[in-house]
Design a protein around this ligand. Structure first.
Ligand code: UDP
Length: 376
């Protein structure tokens, strides 16, 4: 144990990124993860049908940050996948976020045309208007549009996903579903998008495959420290787990939302016409994932997963989404204030932030840079 100067707790994308950056600089790094597999919630595997399954739900990599993209490209090639999300709204198929094409899918043509003209007059082309912002408009048709989207796309999905109504959750979350004044039907507009050609697990394996990195799975941080108490003071610790856990929940638990998946294998080539189909206003599940689309896997069978949301409960399920309301952020900060100098918190759980994958990598790159600056 004595020859490690750094311990990274958690081998998800954040942990693997910081571990690799340190290792490339000649630092010895022990990476531990309490799970039996690496890659955290981006873990994927090929099933017996030859279909790559994202165990913890669909992950589509997208970024505008060239540094992040270049960093990951050292460990994987990406395909040229551009994600679209189909939504079934009371039986009508369209894509979301709402855009000009969507109007023509869901409304009679004359109404769609009128609304299109009003949108183009009132908002800049290619701009994204958050739904809640949109409701403030003083025009009958635009008000109708806002109410329609709110009711049919947003309200019930958000209630299913968060177990709360939209004004109880952060506006950063609601801003994730804007109205896009455009004909671009993609879900993300980022310059770089793709799925790792050999999967996310392989990408993370490649990240930590370095002579200066040792990985120990099935290893819990608290037990490691109990066995080697000196480590807590004598190493730098990069903690990507939840900060309340690090402090033994002494001020209470940080709430998270979790999800679970009901997997089904079907004896036909395709189940639906897109990788992700959202059901914003029907059923109890939020969306259905069909995995073979991501890497164009060939099989006469197909595997789907219906996604359901529930609260995180320690020991029962996994943490997926921090619930960033003022009360929880205050609790997070209370813990952070007590962080020992040699312990760095990062990642969705360590920072208690709803990061996309690129933001998790960006955070690790920035932290590494700050630490290098501190040294010089
Ligand atoms: N959302 C919604 N309707 C949809 C899709 C998303 O209202 O059909 C809202 C919902 O509040 C959700 C948030 O947008 O929690 C973010 O959804 P997204 O699918 O982008 O997030 P992910 O779960 O993939 O991180």
């Amino acid at each position: 144990m004595g020859n490690f100067t750094n311990i990274v707790v958690g081998c998800g994308l954040s942990g693997a990124s910081i571990a690799r950056l340190l290792a490339d600089k000649g630092e010895r790094v022990l990476v531990i993860d309490k799970r039996a597999h690496l890659a955290g919630n981006i873990y994927d595997y090929k099933d017996k049908n030859g279909i790559v399954i994202h165990k913890y739900g669909s992950h589509i990599f997208h970024t505008n940050n060239e540094n992040v993209w270049k960093f990951l490209e050292k460990f994987t090639d990406f395909n040229t996948y551009m994600h679209r999300v189909v939504a079934v709204i009371d039986g009508i198929e369209t894509t979301i976020p709402f855009n000009i094409n969507t109007l023509y899918d869901v409304f009679p043509q004359t109404l769609a045309k009128r609304v299109e003209e009003k949108l183009l007059t009132n908002f800049e082309y290619n701009s994204k208007v958050p739904i809640l912002e949109f409701q403030k408009q003083n025009d009958k048709d635009l008000k109708f549009l806002a109410e329609y989207i709110f009711e049919k796309v947003f309200l019930h999905y958000t209630e299913k996903q968060w177990g709360k109504n939209p004004n109880q959750i952060s506006s950063a979350v609601t801003a994730r579903v804007p109205v896009y004044i455009s004909k671009d039907s993609r879900y993300f507009q980022d310059k770089y998008q793709g799925i790792p050609l050999d999967g996310y697990t392989k990408m993370v394996e490649n990240m930590i495959n370095h002579p200066n990195i040792v990985l120990r799975l099935n290893t819990d941080f608290k037990s490691l420290i109990q066995k080697n108490p000196k480590l807590i003071n004598e190493t730098r610790i990069f903690y990507t787990g939840s900060i309340d856990e690090f402090f033994d929940y002494k001020y209470g638990e940080l709430p998270y939302r979790s999800v679970y998946f009901k997997f089904e294998t079907h004896n036909r080539e395709f189940y639906q016409n897109n990788a992700v189909v959202n059901y914003p206003c029907n059923y109890d599940f939020t969306r259905i994932h069909e995995y073979k689309y991501y890497l164009n896997d060939k099989s006469d069978k197909t595997v789907i997963a219906k996604e359901y949301s529930e609260d995180f409960e320690n020991g029962k399920n996994e943490r997926y989404y921090p619930i960033e309301n003022p009360e929880n952020i205050k609790l997070y900060r209370k813990y952070l204030k007590e962080a020992p100098k040699n312990v760095y918190f990062l990642g969705r759980l360590g920072d208690y932030k709803y990061y996309n994958m690129d933001k998790a990598v960006e955070r690790a790159l920035n932290l590494f840079e700050e630490m290098s600056c501190d040294k010089s």
